[in-house]
Design a protein around this ligand. Sequence first.
Ligand SMILES: *Cc1c(COP(=O)(O)O)cnc(C)c1O
Length: 358
Amino acid sequence: MINVTQSFLPPQQEYQAILKRAWDNAWLTNRGELTKELEGKLKEYLSVNHILLLTNGTLPIQIAIRGLGLTGEIITTPFSYVATTSSIVWEHCTPVFVDIDPDYLTIDETKIEAKITSNTSAIMATHVFGNPCHVEAIEEIAKKHNLKVIYDAAHCFGVRYKGNSIFNYGDVSTCSFHATKLFHTGEGGGLFCNDKELEGHLYYHHNFGHIDPYTFYGLGINAKISELQSAMGLAVFPYMDEIIENRTRSTKLYTKEFENSSIRTLKIREGTTWNAAYYPVILKNEETMLHCLNELQKNNINPRRYFYPSLNTLKYVKYQSMPVSENISKRILCLPLYYDLEPEVVHTISTLLKHIHE
Ligand SMILES: *Cc1c(COP(=O)(O)O)cnc(C)c1O
């Protein structure tokens, strides 16, 4: 089966050599040397001001909401992974949805202001498939209405926008290092912010609020990454340029294949150095999409309906009609994309899909 993704696995002996350091130190978690080393390497590679590694990509969203003291309504996108919305609800805030741009698939910045009320505390948007939101417009709206901005940047490892790391936008950005993501630590995640004071404040939240063993800064949770996870990150890290290069080659091949077809591909925002994290295609309608999915699966090709369903339809949120997001989520598929996907396989998948879709 050719799956939508395959985790990149570094040579096992390289992983073991790094793990041995954890053994030799008998130090398995609580910010050991492997975690600090990985943070240092990522900080430089990504050109970010502050980074905090965490045990997954959902806790940083929750910590950001909690740490920024958000209450009431948070304006957000219905087109994302469930963790974006569920984190808002989990933190006892109310998601207020704003529909997406039909080309970029990110929150439609022109519709945000109409949803702001006296209860709005923040905007939380997702850089969908590594495609940046209109960060300038969002920053301007946030400034004008005194709102905080959190970016769910789970898909954005290595993405640059106008030469700057996409993680440097907003009050806080978060990333996921889950096994299915571009860069991974098995399970893992990161939190990024520009402000040193805010970084210190958020830091305590990830470790029970500890200042030292017996004094507490305030309320906290346990979101620490372990040395075993960081070891995987250190083993994967040296391959990142090659991984992104290979995937970029595959996405270019896909785009060429679909050029003169009725299959729509993702429009990347101008000024973006993209990371080829996903390859979504938008098909005619839901019926055609289901037919294509079924036929591809019969041929041992397993794309993923992603994102589906549109998050405004979750049963624990108040339904608000989001025509664009609901429509796109019913007919989008992410095609197989991973490090060693062969060009012939890209050709086979696209030829088959075009044939079924026409
Ligand atoms: C993967 C993902 C998350 C959650 O990350 P985990 O590491 O799985 O907790 C959040 N938001 C988006 C958009 C994601 O794709």
